[in-house]
Write a protein that binds this ligand. Structure first.
Ligand SMILES: [Fe+2]
Ligand SMILES: [Fe+2]
Length: 245
């Protein structure tokens, strides 16, 4: 999927600035300089295209705002929805990097799997495709009808990957909270919602279950952020563009 990167970035920056948080400009500089508007939202699943992380964050925010404006007790919390929706996956700006396709070799197992799949389906592998790790995934997703025909063609193609040798070893939600808090202040409600936005998919240890249910019961926005995030991921994973404008 190809999106308008500039338009998505400008929309997000306008929304972030509208929140009038102290030091927001420093956070914006961090986002711009660390690939937030370039990286995908995932390598193999939803929004796995250039700019997918920004696109996913904006879609999550729209879905979240759609929900809270219909709820009397929450409808004044647009600011909180903007901060939680746009920044819940900020950790991914630290998680990914980009390399040339030829520097991202697939495993033998991946190559054999793709080749067998092509043979079984009478599909000729385009000789211009580089069989790097990401391209194998793209080809598999294409077979399953989740993406358009892969477009990798030259040796200079850039692919995204999980950054090797990371030094910050936090869980998904708290990594985002940590990174955001280096620049702006979060309310308890926002920090809790971002920490638990993955719901039961990120329980975080033995004491997780208690905190998870406590968070959901204490802050309704925590649960709504989780469902908005899940809906956005589903829409993107199955390429259901146009379902929600
Ligand atoms: Fe997430
Ligand atoms: Fe997300």
């Amino acid at each position: 999927m190809i999106i308008d990167l500039d338009k998505t970035q400008n929309t997000i920056l306008n929304l972030l600035r509208s929140s009038q948080r102290h030091n927001m400009e420093e956070l914006i500089i961090y986002l711009v300089n660390n690939g937030f508007f370039i990286y995908p939202a995932s390598i193999e699943n939803h929004a796995n295209f250039k700019g997918g992380l920004a696109h996913h964050s904006l879609l999550t925010t729209r879905l979240l705002i759609d929900k809270i404006i219909k709820i009397e007790e929450l409808k004044e919390k647009i600011d909180t929805a903007v901060i939680c929706g746009l920044l819940h996956d900020v950790c991914k700006a630290d998680l990914y990097d980009q390399v040339q396709a030829k520097n991202d070799p697939p495993t033998d197992k991946q190559i054999n799997y793709v080749k067998n799949l092509c043979r079984e389906n009478n599909v000729q592998l385009n000789p211009l495709w580089i069989l790097c790790k990401s391209n194998c995934t793209q080809i598999l997703n294409w077979f399953q009808g989740k993406t358009e025909v892969p477009v990798f063609k030259t040796e200079d193609d850039i692919v995204f990957r999980i950054k090797p040798n990371r030094t910050l070893l936090l869980g998904h939600g708290e990594h985002s909270v940590y990174r955001i808090s280096q620049f702006i202040s979060l309310t308890d409600e926002e920090a809790t919602s971002i920490r638990w936005h993955m719901g039961c998919h990120d329980m975080g240890g033995d004491y997780g279950e208690k905190s998870y249910s406590e968070a959901y019961n204490t802050y309704p926005i925590t649960r709504l952020l989780h469902t908005s995030d899940a809906d956005a991921s589903c829409i993107e994973y199955y390429n259901l563009t146009g379902v929600i404008e």
